[in-house]
Write a new protein. Structure first.
Length: 212
């Protein structure tokens, strides 16, 4: 009986050895590699029934590795998704830098245009003020000239009127002298004619005129 018990104990020790190594092998191999382990133990002792504690030892085999692998694969896929191509990153940075430059150029352009508009507005305002001042001074000068011209015109018109009156006066005097002379001549002719009538003589000048 003691030999049989010893023989029965020895297989238990032999079978327990590979089961103790099973957890260590499960960490390095895949779940498929863990499945044939019970079969090997059965082949080593075909006549003996597996011990009762074999199911508990099988429960010690880690079954979380497929989940761990799936998580690793999911993390790998997530990393692949999140992984950015350096060329795309450089292109994005270059695009952002270009947009910044364009924004700065646009701001500078608008600022310079505003400065140019303000400068031109100031110059145009000064030109308008200068124009209005010059026009006002010219208008004042023109009014003075017109006033002076009106004064000179009035004086000239007065002088012309005086000259016209003087001419008219002199012409009237000359007319009066001519009329007086004519009256005197007629009176002399009448007196001479009366003498000729009283004497019966005939004026010689008359015959001289007819004789010629």
């Amino acid at each position: 009986m003691g030999e049989k018990q010893a023989e029965h104990v020895e297989p238990e020790q032999e079978t327990s050895a590979p089961l103790a190594l099973a957890p260590a092998a499960s960490k390095e191999s895949s779940p498929q590699a863990l499945a044939p382990a019970p079969a090997a133990s059965e082949e080593s002792s075909p006549e003996e029934k597996p011990p009762k504690h074999d199911s508990s030892e099988k429960a010690l085999v880690p079954i979380e590795k497929p989940i761990f692998i799936a998580e690793k694969r999911a993390e790998h896929r997530e990393d692949e998704k999140n992984k950015v191509d350096p060329r795309d990153r450089d292109a994005a940075l270059a695009r952002v830098e270009l947009e910044k430059r364009l924004a700065l150029i646009k701001a500078w352009e608008e600022s310079e245009k505003a400065k140019a508009d303000n400068k031109a507005y100031k110059k145009l305002s000064s030109i308008g003020a200068w124009e209005n001042t010059k026009k006002a001074s010219v208008e004042v000068e023109l009014k003075l000239i017109e006033e002076e011209f009106e004064k000179k015109k009035a004086k000239a018109a007065e002088r012309m009127k005086n000259k016209m009156a003087e001419i008219h006066r002199k012409s009237e005097e000359k007319r009066a002298m001519v009329e007086a002379k004519r009256g005197e001549d007629i009176l002399k002719v009448e007196e001479t004619a009366a003498k000729f009538r009283s004497t019966g003589n005939v004026p010689k000048k008359l015959f001289a005129c007819f004789g010629s």
